[in-house]
Each structure stands twice: as C-alpha cells, then as structure tokens.
Design a protein around this ligand. Structure first.
Ligand code: ATP
Ligand code: MG
Length: 332
C-alpha cells in the first residue's frame, strides 16, 4: 500500500519554491486519500547554524504554513523530526550502509559547502543518510519533493537496496520520488541559474509565504528578466532562464501548463506580464499567509499538534526501527 513521507527544514521562512515544489503536492496527496506523513525536519535544519529562538519560531511557522495551505492534522501526520528519535537512530545505521563515495557525489553538499569544505559541519555532509532514514523509517513508497531533492531520493533508494542486499532481506521499499507540476524547480528572482531557497542571504531572491502584497509586487517588479517579450510557445523560453522561471511560476499558480499560459500572454512585454504575475501570486498566497498569522497567535496549540503528530508517527516508526536493529544483529 502506498505511503507518502516528505519534510521541509525550519531553516527559515517558507518560500514560493517550497509551496509550489512541495506543499501544494502534499495537499494533493492528502486529498487523494493516500496515507501521508509530513515532517518539519528540525534535525536537518541544524546542519547549518540556527539561532535556537528562531528555530523554534520557524518550526511553528512551518507547521502553521502546512495547515494554512490545507494539510489537516486529523488526515495527515504532522510532526517535528526531533520528537521521533527513531529517525536519528536509523540514520546512524544508514551512515554505516552509505559509502563515502556516494555522499561525495551529492551536488547539494557541493553547493552548500562551496569552497568551505573543511569548515562545514559533518552533519551537512551526512544529511542525505538522515533523509533516507526519515523516509524509510516509515517504509514510505512515495516522496513528493522539488527537483533539487531528486538526487537525495535516489541515494535513499541505493541505501535501501544495499541494506536489503547486505542483510539478505526484502525489508526496505525502493521509494519513488514524485516530482510534478509546472514549477518543480523555482529559480531565484535575482539569478536564473540558482534555485530559490529560504536560506539564500538575499531576501529579494525569493517570495516568502508571509510577504505582503506590496513586497511581492516589488520583488516581482525587480526580478531579473531579459529585454525580449514573451514567446507564444514553450520552446521560445529555451536559453532564457529568468523568463522561463516567471512563466513557470504563473503556470503553477494558475494550474495551467506553460504552453497554456503562453497562448494567453505570448507577445506581451514583461512590463505588462509582471503585474499580472504579482496579482496572481497575491491572490493565491494572501489567504494562506493570513491563516498562518492567525494560527501563530496560538503557539501552544501548534505545539500540541506537533506532539500529537509525533505520538502517531512513533507508532509506525518504532517497530520498523526495532525490526531493523534485529536484522542488523543488535541484542533485543
Ligand atoms: P534551504 O535553503 O534551507 O535548503 P529550501 O528552500 O531549499 O531551504 P528545503 O527545506 O531544503 O527548502 O526543501 C523543502 C522542500 O521544498 C523540498 O521538497 C524541496 O525539493 C522543495 N524546494 C526547495 N526549493 C525549491 C524550489 N526552488 N523549487 C521547487 N521546490 C523547492
Ligand atoms: Mg534545500
């Protein structure tokens, strides 16, 4: 039976990229009736320094964002990773299954570490083994993610296969990434070669879920573009990453394909298209951010939701961890 797991790091505020690449898909999965487990992956967030007060705030705000976007804690399991210790325990086992060479090939580590390899945390390097544990401790079959996480889900598959092979068992499923929609890789508004990220130092590079209408309009107005107008077919966006990004965002927000959007706006200049995009973004995001703000008035209620979610998550995760340890040869 299918089971979905996915997570988002409370490493900052939610962005439009997180919404279109991840949360919107989470809500669809829930609505399709698939058993779904959605996590605030706080253990991942601390792979780079987080101020403790901000981390707590970001975790609650992320939970508020999930719920405001349409996740229902009665239908899906919502919790924060550090409250279910099985993740970290299975993560250790997977550190002993994954090979250094596999992790050395992870492009996210290369991007995030940059030239600073000697100075980043060990956790940033081994992050994908913990992510494999997040997924496999639930025997999740499907993981909705943005394009940037594809490589990590592939590593999860490799870890599952190697574990099964090394111990001669058919225990962990080979999980499928689910990468769908018109905007699976939303790019930075300032640089069409970089993905939009909540941890990007430039706030102008991204649209935050909590940005007000004026801020959204300003960021889109200032978004980098090229001098040409919009083409009438998707091929016309080849080699124009910034133009492609804005059209893809419009398509994803309006639930159309890029070609459908272009048949409507082809021939227009960006001076005309950008205000249309701002208006659409505000229309879709404003109700979510208003609801997030309302939920954040009651942080105790959010904490209670996370604790209850963790109780439900443990019921699934703990037996899978225990079985794993037994397979490995730990005395029980
Ligand atoms: P950080 O900069 O701290 O890594 P992030 O914005 O990349 O933050 P994550 O918590 O790493 O967010 O990822 C959460 C989910 O959002 C993942 O499924 C990821 O693939 C998706 N995602 C992140 N950025 C984008 C993007 N620009 N476009 C589409 N999906 C994205
Ligand atoms: Mg990321």
């Amino acid at each position: 039976t299918p089971r979905v797991f996915s997570g988002i790091q409370p490493s900052g505020g939610l962005t439009l990229g997180n919404y279109l690449g991840a949360i919107k898909r989470f809500v669809e999965m829930q609505e399709n009736g698939v058993e779904s487990i959605y996590c605030m992956v706080d253990l991942h967030a601390i792979t780079t320094w987080q101020d403790p007060t901000k981390l707590r705030h970001a975790t609650r705000e992320l939970c508020a964002g999930y719920i405001a976007a349409g996740l229902d804690p009665e239908k899906s399991i919502l919790f924060n990773q550090s409250q279910v210790s099985a993740h970290a325990e299975l993560g250790w086992v997977f550190n002993c299954v994954a090979r250094m060479g596999w992790l050395n090939r992870m492009t996210q580590f290369k991007d995030k570490a940059g030239k600073n390899r000697e100075k980043v945390s060990v956790g940033l390097f081994s992050y994908p083994t913990l992510m494999a544990a997040d997924i496999l401790v639930y025997h999740a079959t499907h993981v909705p993610v943005g394009e940037d996480q594809k490589q990590h889900v592939e590593l999860t598959r490799d870890i599952a296969a190697k574990f099964n092979h090394d111990y001669g068992v058919d225990f962990f499923p080979i999980t499928e990434p689910v990468i769908e929609g018109a905007a699976t890789r939303v790019m930075s508004l300032r640089d069409g070669s970089k993905k939009m990220s909540k941890s990007d130092p430039s706030d102008m590079s991204r649209i935050n879920m909590t940005d007000d209408a004026d801020t959204i309009a300003k960021k889109i107005r200032k978004a980098k573009t090229d001098p040409d107008g919009l083409p009438s077919e998707a091929e016309g966006l080849d080699g124009r990453p910034e133009a492609k990004n804005l059209v893809s965002i419009y398509a994803a927000l309006s639930e159309q394909s890029v070609d459908q959007v272009l048949s409507e706006v082809g021939g227009k200049q960006f001076s005309e298209f950008k205000p249309m995009l701002s208006e659409l973004a505000v229309e879709k995001l404003a109700p979510i951010s208003a609801e997030m703000e309302r939920l954040m008035q009651a942080p105790d209620e959010i904490d209670a939701i996370l604790r209850k979610g963790a109780d439900k998550a443990r019921v699934i995760a703990d037996p899978i961890l225990q079985k794993t340890l037994e397979i490995v040869g730990m005395v029980r």
